[in-house]
Design a protein around this ligand. Structure first.
Ligand code: 5RP
Length: 218
């Protein structure tokens, strides 16, 4: 199966986790696009969606799915999103699509994070995929210096301004052996809006698309 077919497979499988009548938390990316397209088939059985990006909101609306402001929602039963990397404990690196801040905000509203990914995303140790970090532009160089001390090489993602008007650093060369510790530390650096390590908001379930079908990791 191709990577796109695996993404379609897990996008479809994620429908099993949607609670009928509820508002669904919806992430961002090509795998989530497959989920949104599948969700359209049950749009009359959900109350709407809270989305983590303008792009996902547009796609949801194009299917006639109501998009709610996150401020109007207190709790979501599930948040369904992809990942750039996921380890065997559900820790993730996210932000390849530059939506990491809103992704963490919506994940924080949710009782369960359902990660949908093709098997290429499963790793033993996070860090091979360059770690995205959303930053306030005036702090970018200082934050890059701090990563240097941790053995990371941070490069500004050219031409990208996030939905929040900020910039993205992509940090190569890290081996993230303590995801929770690193997330907590980097989150405190002045000028960091969001670090793309999702350890505090790790996946409760991962639906992994493999050549043998969907594997459920819990
Ligand atoms: C966007 C993300 C995505 O979930 C991540 O980049 C995976 O995307 P894709 O499903 O296209 O591989 O974190 O900010």
């Amino acid at each position: 199966m191709t990577q796109d077919e695996l993404k379609a497979l897990v996008g479809q499988a994620a429908l099993d986790y949607v609670v009928p009548g509820s508002i669904v938390g919806v992430g961002t990316g090509s795998t989530v696009n497959c989920f949104i397209d599948a969700l359209a088939g049950m749009k009359d059985r959900i109350a709407g969606a809270v989305s983590s990006s303008e792009k996902s909101s547009e796609r949801l609306r194009a299917h006639g799915i109501r998009v709610l402001d996150s401020n109007t929602v207190e709790r979501l039963p599930v948040y369904i999103d992809g990942a750039d990397e996921i380890d065997h404990r559900g820790n993730m690196v996210k932000g390849g699509g530059a939506a990491l801040t809103r992704e963490k905000i919506v994940a924080d509203l949710a009782e369960r994070f359902i990660c949908i990914a093709d098997e290429s995303k499963l790793v033993d140790t996070l860090g091979k995929f360059p770690l995205p970090v959303e930053v306030i532009p005036m702090a970018a160089t200082q934050i890059a210096r701090r990563f240097k001390k941790h053995g990371g090489d941070a490069v500004l993602r050219a031409g990208v301004v996030t939905d929040n008007g900020c910039h993205i650093l992509d940090v190569r060369g890290l081996s993230i052996t303590d995801p929770a510790g690193m997330e907590a530390e980097v989150s405190q650096w002045p000028g960091v809006v969001t670090v793309g390590i999702f350890a505090r908001h790790k996946a409760s379930v991962c639906l992994l698309g493999t050549a043998q079908g969907v594997k459920t990791l819990t």
